[in-house]
Design a protein around this ligand. Structure first.
Ligand SMILES: NC(=O)c1ccc[n+]([C@@H]2O[C@H](COP(=O)([O-])OP(=O)(O)OC[C@H]3O[C@@H](n4cnc5c(N)ncnc54)[C@H](OP(=O)(O)O)[C@@H]3O)[C@@H](O)[C@H]2O)c1
Length: 295
């Protein structure tokens, strides 16, 4: 499959471009970015073309990989899908479930393939754990803490304007939510409160009746950072494995899922995750429990 990359930021450099270049079944055509000089620099690192005009890239590829802020990704993914391109998207799919759902509809109507790069979900140890925990069942509760900082020195993600504005709910919330949904079922209700240092506390009710408690932040003191997840149920207390962070391995596995037409983490799944985040934002601002309408 011939891919074009949209985006020239830290994640395009660290994961998408090397991931596309490394995959045997990918023909990495080239890079588009709003700043042509950044696109040219990234393209030259991988010996691929620069596309100053996005239309020229779309005309030359079968698929796009997008590493852009979610509100920009939403618009461009819709444009690419209308042009009949398969979609390798990053999380979150968009800033509204309505827009994510539009993308999913076009993907469905045109028979396109899609995948959303919920990175850890593509690491084999975690993927196997989720499959076996989902098959086992009997879980009544999950607790996930995805609490860190992007403002430590040298961290490129702290430069990102949308992350500063939207915080951990939209940045790391997709990972935490995508972890619990396959085990406990779709989310039907959300409540959220936000405290200083971007501390965001979600309570999710799932279709199985189980409840998840999720704590998120991208702005804690480094000494308070943690990434932990635990399931509770008939089988007892089961820590979720925390495999070594390997974004290129995960990227390759996500490409494999796309090529195979595996729909478990497609744009429709990504839309359901966006709906939970949107409901959480509404709950945090209204103080009310919010029903998730796409559940
Ligand atoms: N799966 C994961 O584990 C993971 C990890 C990190 C990031 N991500 C996701 O990857 C995406 C990219 O993240 P990032 O860290 O690279 O930072 P980012 O700030 O989300 O994106 C930076 C890129 O977006 C471009 N950009 C910003 N505003 C734009 C606009 N209005 N129009 C066109 N392009 C625009 C920037 O161009 P300029 O350089 O010209 O400003 C740069 O190429 C995000 O959606 C993020 O959630 C996922």
């Amino acid at each position: 499959m011939r891919f074009g990359l949209l985006g020239t930021g830290p994640w395009a450099r660290l994961a998408h471009a090397p991931g596309l270049a490394a995959h045997d079944e990918v023909d990495f055509a080239g890079v588009w970015g709003r700043d042509p000089s950044k696109a040219a620099a990234l393209a030259s690192e991988h010996g691929v073309a620069t596309y100053p005009d996005l239309e020229d890239l779309l005309a030359d590829v079968d698929a796009v990989a997008i590493a852009l802020p979610p509100h920009i990704q939403g618009d461009l993914a819709l444009r690419a899908a209308h042009a009949g391109k398969h979609l390798f998207l990053d999380k979150p799919v968009a800033m509204t479930a309505a827009q994510a759902g539009q993308i999913a509809q076009v993907v469905h109507d045109k028979g396109l393939k899609s995948v959303v790069y919920f990175t850890r979900r593509f690491l084999p140890t975690l993927a196997d754990f989720i499959d076996s925990a989902a098959a086992e069942g009997g879980w009544i509760e999950a607790r996930v803490d995805h609490v860190g900082t992007i403002y430590d020195e040298g961290n490129p993600f702290g430069e990102s304007k949308w992350r500063r504005e939207m915080g951990g709910l939209w940045d790391v919330g997709p990972h935490a939510t995508a972890l619990v949904v396959p085990i406990l079922g779709a989310v039907t209700e959300v409540s959220a409160i936000v405290a200083p240092r971007d501390m965001t506390y979600l309570t999710l009710r799932h279709t199985t009746g189980a409840v998840s408690r999720i704590t998120l932040s991208v702005d804690v003191p480094p000494a308070a950072a943690r990434e932990e997840a635990v399931l509770f149920g008939e089988a007892g207390i089961r820590p979720v494995p925390d495999p070594a962070w390997d974004p290129i391995l995960a990227f390759g596995n996500a490409i494999d899922a796309l090529l195979a037409g595996d729909t478990r983490m497609d744009v429709a799944f990504g839309t359901s995750i966006t709906a939970v985040l949107e409901a959480a934002a509404e709950s945090a601002s209204s103080g009310r429990v919010v029903t998730v309408t796409t559940a």
